[in-house]
Write a protein that binds this ligand. Structure first.
Ligand code: FDA
Length: 497
């Protein structure tokens, strides 16, 4: 309620926020979480909570009147369509040079992501987080994070025979024939559930192509893991459809937090203020960076340092498809949960996940999301004329990622006698270089904050999400975001409370 006082307010309910909520509630602290997205606990008219990937509807996009599908075209036909404006689950947030996809709702990105739960190679970690001790991460916090998230490997014997992973086996054959290491990656999907989907005993989710607009079954999202355990303490309150718009020092100590309660068309129906002794920014790399950049520029938090908004990267994301020969079908049944990647990081700066193309028909296509060593870093900046936060990313910077991805796919195409697909992104383009799924940075650890996420300039303000990581994790990021949050919150609980 407006006027209330809370010991801790957490802004956002993604990985960083949920780790903070669990560890603080277990330590006996009452935690209130504000989440701008919906709770995603109520079925729609079709009896399902989430819409299917191939049939996006009002539930699918955050406040858009037309879908903005990552794969905008198929066989040359545009796929986007009009939808009612609604506080849907996937935000395709447009900046001048890049569209940043993010989950919206209680659970953040865990609601929409592919569940690939990848720990970076230890030898690459010093470049990911230079100020963090690898021994404590690999000895304590990565294991704690993977256990907390419910990360498990796929059963290799089942995988070898499963129809729904034919596309991945084709990906492996092509990678290995070109001499690239093919690595299995674990996932948070419940593999026993997927086996039962394949056997026909339960409603299909991953095998129905569900992923970017939510999974109705099988995926261990944050509301089923970290958040459920935090709620079980009895010390957690979560307010969905509440957007935090301001944080400023309160006259008698702590912080005054302004929240706007939204209706499902995105209209503010109520503005509330609460006071909080401590505020954890966990709104995701973009959400946290935008908020802090604005609060610094508009005088709400003027003592934040000049590193706010800096060090943002796209994890080098770039997508492409390859056209296979007719004797290499990838299968019309494709599990939406990826299980493997091609590691050419050392030689070419690219790690390519073998991704599904769950269209329900045989496409003869192999599809990949590459994570690459892109050196470019952008900055969030306040524009006083438009009163908006802008991002300085330049689309041309993706060329570094394309070059890195080509070290894998040019070689595979040459070996297999195949070509790139040009029908997936519109305009006969080969490369999906307009987007990222993996925003990272903007309030970097050890620069905007101390080495445990305490914001410089203010006691009791913390960053605990992907904004801390300076732009690249060499693999998919959520395990690293979770593990870093585990490390930081342990230190904060021991020293600050
Ligand atoms: P996260 O973005 O999860 O959570 C932030 C939350 O804060 C959101 O719920 C948001 O609505 C809320 N919020 C923002 N501003 C707010 C405000 N002002 N007030 C209140 N609430 C606010 N990663 C991976 O490791 N493996 C994978 O397979 C994939 N696949 C994938 C697919 C797709 C389609 C996407 C979009 C992303 C992925 N990812 C992924 C990326 C992964 O999901 C992402 O890195 C994490 O969710 C980021 O975690 P954070 O805790 O930083 O924020």
């Amino acid at each position: 309620a407006s006027g209330a006082h809370v010991p801790v307010l957490v802004v956002g309910t993604g990985y960083g926020g949920c780790v903070a909520a669990l560890r603080l509630t277990v330590a006996g602290v009452d935690v209130h979480m504000a989440e701008m997205g919906m709770a995603w606990d109520t079925p729609g008219p079709d009896g399902k909570i989430f819409a299917n990937t191939t049939r996006p509807d009002y539930r699918s996009f955050w406040l858009r009147t037309r879908t903005r599908q990552p794969l905008s075209n198929f066989l040359g036909f545009p796929l986007d369509k009009d939808v009612p404006r609604h506080t849907g689950i996937l935000d395709a947030e447009d900046f001048a040079g890049i569209t940043v996809y993010q989950g919206r709702g209680v659970g953040g990105g865990s609601l929409v992501n592919g569940g690939m739960a990848v720990t970076p190679r230890r030898d690459l970690f010093p470049a990911v987080l230079p100020t963090v001790d690898p021994a404590e991460m690999y000895g304590t916090y990565y294991p704690r994070a993977t256990a907390g998230l419910g990360v498990t490997p796929v059963d290799p014997a089942w995988w070898e025979a499963a129809d729904c992973y034919q596309y991945a086996r084709v990906g492996r054959r092509h990678a290995e024939r070109s001499g690239f290491p093919f690595v299995f990656v674990p996932n948070v999907y419940d593999w026993d559930y997927m086996k039962r989907e394949a056997a026909g005993g339960v409603p299909r989710s991953a095998l129905e192509g569900e992923v970017i607009y939510g999974n109705n079954h099988g995926k261990k999202t944050l509301p089923k893991t970290y958040l459920a355990r935090a709620a079980a303490t009895g010390r957690l309150a979560v307010s969905p459809l509440h957007e935090v718009t301001a944080v400023t020092p309160a006259p008698r100590g702590g912080y005054t937090v302004t929240l706007e309660r939204l209706d499902t068309t995105g209209v503010t129906v109520e503005t509330k203020t609460v006071t909080a002794d401590r505020v954890f920014f966990a709104a995701g790399s973009v959400g946290t960076s935008k908020l802090l950049t604005r609060l610094k520029a508009t005088g709400a938090l003027p003592a934040l340092n000049d590193q706010i908004g800096k060090g943002w990267g796209d994890n080098g994301n770039v997508m492409c498809g390859r056209a296979n020969h007719m004797w290499d079908p990838t299968g019309k049944l494709q599990s939406a949960m990826p299980t493997a990647g091609i590691d050419n990081w050392d030689a070419g700066g690219a790690f390519a996940e073998v991704a599904p193309l769950p269209t329900g028909i045989e496409t003869y296509a192999s599809f990949y999301l590459s994570i690459t060593k892109n050196p470019h870093r952008a900055e969030f900046r306040w524009n006083p004329a438009t009163r908006n936060v802008e991002l300085t990313w330049d689309r041309a910077w993706k060329q570094a990622s394309i070059d890195a991805a080509r070290t894998i796919f040019d070689r595979i195409n040459a070996k297999e006698g195949t070509i790139y697909r040009t029908d997936l992104f519109g305009g006969n383009r080969i490369w999906g270089d307009h987007l990222t799924y993996h925003p990272l940075g903007g309030a970097v650890l050890g620069r905007a904050t101390d080495n445990h996420g305490r914001l410089h300039g203010y006691d009791g303000l913390y960053v605990i999400d992907g904004a801390l990581i300076p732009g690249n994790t060499t693999v998919n990021p959520f395990v690293t975001i979770t593990a870093l949050a585990e490390r930081n919150i342990e230190h904060i609980v021991a020293n600050d409370l």
